[in-house]
Ligand binder design. Structure first.
Ligand code: GLV
Ligand code: GLV
Length: 328
């Protein structure tokens, strides 16, 4: 008998094809996030779970099926999974790092450019038929080239953003819980700063930290007070890294000049006032949303689940300490 996997929402077909070679696959039939009840019912009787960042995978979900052997998250971020609870139960948790690094960095840079150069506002103006001819003061934005970019979280994605910034001759500062090696600093021409100093000195601040207890509301009123009035904040990490109400206050008070956002504190909601601000560009959590990358994420998540069922160490294990005591 084939082992069974529950997939909480349809993912690109190549991932499902890999799963089907090994598993009996059940996919949430609806094109929406599963409800809590559907999730628990779906996990019952399954050996494996392939889930999304929109699914909260906590102890109750894990305990819905005592023989659950793997939680394969279709995302690099895994703040939606209670990893400690999985580890206590000996369940391996996997993610999809690496394949979405460049795609996410591309979107962070897109938001940076589009916000600085007021691209969305200008597009709306054009469509509204308001363009009357070239004018010296029409849609003046801010330069990007030769400005200072502060990268908060200098992991794979933060470094890929630095790579892009080099082409714009930007000065690169970074902060991180641990300082990078001299080799990495030289490679990206990046200077380490404590967060407060980075915020004071940067024209653009781009966030690339994972969401953890220590990064929750990393950017709040106090941090906005440190930033330049001309600064632009870009967030493609996780919404709760920014105190969204404080962001609205900062934008309205002119403490910063703008924001480019991919993620929100209470997705799919956002602070309603953000929608009224022209100096904010908002996209719906699409940083990894290219055909190529979403396909790679699907095959990667599938390969992780398959590896565990075959008794092999999955390529992208988040909690390696479970490996010895995993469920057989
Ligand atoms: C997307 O947000 C991811 O973590 O993969
Ligand atoms: C994600 O790929 C990271 O920056 O660690």
């Amino acid at each position: 008998m084939k082992p069974k996997i529950y997939v909480t929402r349809r993912i690109p077909q190549p991932g499902l094809d890999i799963l089907a070679e090994v598993f009996e696959v059940e996919v949430n039939p609806y094109d929406r996030v599963v409800t809590r009840e559907e999730l628990i019912a779906g996990v019952k009787g399954k050996d494996a779970l392939l889930c999304l960042l929109t699914d909260k995978i906590d102890a109750e979900v894990m305990d819905a099926e005592p023989r659950l052997k793997v939680i394969a998250n279709y995302a690099v971020g895994f703040d939606n999974v209670d990893v400690a609870a999985a580890t206590r139960r000996g369940i391996p948790v996997t993610n999809t790092p690496g394949v979405l690094t460049d795609t996410t960095a591309d979107l962070a840079f897109t938001l940076l450019l589009a916000t600085a150069r007021r691209v969305v506002e200008a597009d709306k103006f054009m469509r509204a038929g308001k363009y009357q001819g070239w004018a010296p003061m029409l849609f003046l934005g801010q330069d990007i080239h030769h400005k200072t970019l502060g990268i908060v979280g200098f992991g794979r994605i933060g470094q890929a953003v630095a790579e892009r910034a080099a082409g714009f001759h930007m000065r690169i500062l970074y902060s991180d819980s641990k300082r990078a090696s001299g080799e990495i600093e030289n490679k990206y021409n990046a200077e380490f700063r404590e967060l407060a100093d980075l915020l004071r000195e940067s024209d653009f601040v781009s966030l690339h930290v994972p969401l953890t207890e220590s990064t929750y509301h990393l950017i709040s009123d106090e941090e906005f007070d440190l930033m330049k009035k001309t600064a632009i904040l870009v967030n493609t990490s996780r919404g709760p890294v920014v105190d969204e109400k404080a962001l609205v206050r900062a934008l309205k008070a002119g403490k910063i000049a703008g924001a480019g956002l991919d993620v929100y504190e209470r997705e799919p909601q956002c602070e309603p006032e953000l929608k009224e601000l022209d100096n904010v560009i908002m996209v719906p959590h699409i940083a990894s949303a290219s055909v190529e990358t979403r396909t790679k994420m699907a095959t990667m998540a599938a390969e992780n689940a398959v590896a565990v069922i075959r008794g092999e160490i999955p390529p992208n294990l988040v909690n390696p300490e479970v490996w010895e005591k995993r469920r057989k």
